[in-house]
Design a protein around this ligand. Structure first.
Ligand code: ATP
Ligand code: MG
Length: 389
């Protein structure tokens, strides 16, 4: 086992729990830096497994799979937030694991997550935990209209029901199987933003610039990053809040903190993702250090340097819907036409089957000015059948 201060240099083997697109891009960055990689994911066609040196095809709790991870790796991270925290803890008995299971466990539970934000003094939406019929009965109308969210296993707006009345709320809780939930008051959003921070074992923290995000149907659609995309006071507030959330967790690794910006300009933290995040993908092409490189630096003990945005940028998410623009039969989008535009960087995740709502890839657009980037991104969106923004 490496001591906390040791640096794990290129040439070593690093592992990731989870084989999705985030794991794939982490693997690609690790390999570019000269590391060998291990992916643990049961799916033989997982995006990360397909490009990794080693692919352990077991479930996240499989003792043999975890033992193999220990045998092969010098350090391990995660790319999928619902990896059992107990598996991370188990690996941490013999390996350097970042982020720690204790931090991931908090991010996995909306109720624990909200309590952590409150502890850090960061504003959250008015909310109530509903895990028992008594807690349901105690809810008052001032949380309505609201959104009932399952405490665990939600993503991309799944496990969420919008409720107008107390009767709606009771019915929605029944529909969700009476599992522990959090009811959040529906807030008047002006827009949404997020911050990616990376915290090292020595407690040093660096960050990517604040991202302005547009969601459609609960799924991230567009991220815009350039100077002036948000008022400076909002940016400062978001950065300070993100850092205090990371410090409060004694976090090691890349952490994304998502915020709502309300119509009165105030900021409310929504949730955290204990890993690189979709809203940080622009950093691959618009920053001198990507979020995936930050994860590698943090987990290996390499120095964390403050990333610099070298180009204004807009990221467009490429959902499976784009393959169905012409009807029921999937048709590959016209990448050649998109790539004829200046500053378009295509990232596809190697998923064979396009499905509506499935994240298939993203397009990072860079350019000399925010106006030029916007004009190009809108042209790319029109070619692909993405609604203008
Ligand atoms: P992901 O993990 O993909 O970020 P999620 O399923 O965890 O999504 P949330 O981030 O909680 O879900 O919500 C998804 C989106 O729904 C938000 O980005 C926001 O647009 C909207 N939303 C959620 N909660 C509220 C709220 N309290 N008031 C207004 N809009 C909300
Ligand atoms: Mg979210």
């Amino acid at each position: 086992m490496s001591g906390a201060g040791d640096v794990i240099l290129p040439g070593a083997t690093l592992g990731v729990l989870g084989g999705g697109q985030l794991g794939r891009m982490w693997v690609q960055e690790a390999q570019a830096m000269g590391y060998f990689t291990v992916v643990l994911d049961a799916d033989p066609t997982s995006p990360a497994g397909l490009v990794s040196h080693h692919h352990i095809r077991t479930g996240y709790e499989d003792p043999q799979g975890l033992a193999e991870m220990v045998r092969l790796c010098a350090a391990v991270t995660t790319e999928f937030e619902n990896v059992p925290a107990a598996s991370l803890d188990r690996l941490a008995q013999t390996l350097r694991v970042s982020p720690a299971g204790s931090a991931v466990a908090i991010a996995q539970d909306r109720a624990a997550e909200k309590a952590h934000f409150v502890r850090c003094g960061v504003p959250v939406a008015p909310h109530a935990v509903i895990a028992t019929p008594g807690q349901l009965a105690a809810v008052t109308g001032d949380l309505l209209p609201g959104i009932l969210k399952t405490a665990r296993m939600g993503y991309d707006g799944k496990g969420q029901v919008r409720v107008q009345t107390l009767a709606d709320l009771a019915a929605a809780w029944d529909d969700l199987g009476r599992v522990p939930c959090v009811l959040e008051k529906m807030l008047p959003l002006a827009h949404e933003c997020s911050v990616i921070v990376a915290r090292g074992q020595d407690g040093s923290v660096v960050h990517l610039p604040v991202q302005r995000n547009l969601h459609r149907d609960g799924i991230l659609a567009v991220t815009e990053v350039f100077e002036g995309n948000l008022p400076p006071a909002q940016m400062d507030h978001a950065l300070a809040a993100a850092k205090s959330v990371a410090n409060g967790l004694q976090y090691v690794g890349v952490l994304c903190v998502e915020f709502f910006v309300l119509q009165d300009g105030s900021l409310v933290v929504n949730e955290i993702a204990p890993r690189p995040h979709n809203s940080g993908h622009y950093s691959q092409d618009a920053c001198d250090v990507s979020q995936f490189e930050l994860q590698l630096r943090a987990m290996t003990g390499l120095p964390l340097v403050q990333p610099r945005l070298h180009s204004p940028t807009i990221m467009l998410n490429l959902l499976g819907d784009l393959w169905f623009a012409q009807g029921e039969q999937p048709v590959t989008p016209d990448w050649a036409q998109v790539l004829a535009l200046p500053g378009c960087h295509l990232h596809l995740y190697g998923k064979r089957d396009a499905k509506r709502g499935r994240k298939m890839g993203h397009l990072n657009v860079t350019g000399a000015t925010p106006e030029a980037v916007r004009a190009t991104a809108l042209k790319a969106a029109a070619i692909l059948g993405i609604a203008p923004f």
